[in-house]
Design a protein around this ligand. Sequence first.
Ligand code: S3P
Length: 175
Amino acid sequence: MPNRSIALVGLSGTGKSTIGRLLATDCGLTLLDTDALIEVRAGQPIPAIFSQLGEEAFRDIETAVLQAAFEGGKPHILATGGGIILRSKNRALLREKAFVVWLDAPTESLVARLEAHDQQRPLLGKNMAMRLDALRAMRAPFYAEVAHVQVETHGRTVAIITAEIRTALHKHEVP
Ligand code: S3P
């Protein structure tokens, strides 16, 4: 069992929740999903938080749940929302408290995954590919800054990806 939390970051559709679930089972750790924790804390679904309270309020709650996730020092698997890396405070917290994995895949692969699920993403709108490309261009430097390792998910099974993450963590822990 790792003695450090593992945080999965990356754009929507990179498989953070799916990979997080298997990683949690394999590592014997609890999965914390920041989006789900935000919805519990706000008492409403994410699209409603964005439309009624606005993105800044959403980001405030996101920072609060991230801080809470690291309280107590117990390691967890963290599946995060794609924009968690926008605030420098969140990046510093993630980098200090977790082994951070940047999951990535080409935009077409993200769109295919997102279209297969019927979940609303307020920041993506109708032209998902264009929007994801713009978010990728803006956010890639932040993902790169915060991540200890970058893992490609396109065309690879969840089991292979999970094994790669565990190997990378092991190398990181035992230099
Ligand atoms: C967001 C991604 C979403 C969710 C919110 C904002 C973003 O999470 O946190 O809609 O800014 O990219 P997923 O990455 O799980 O889609």
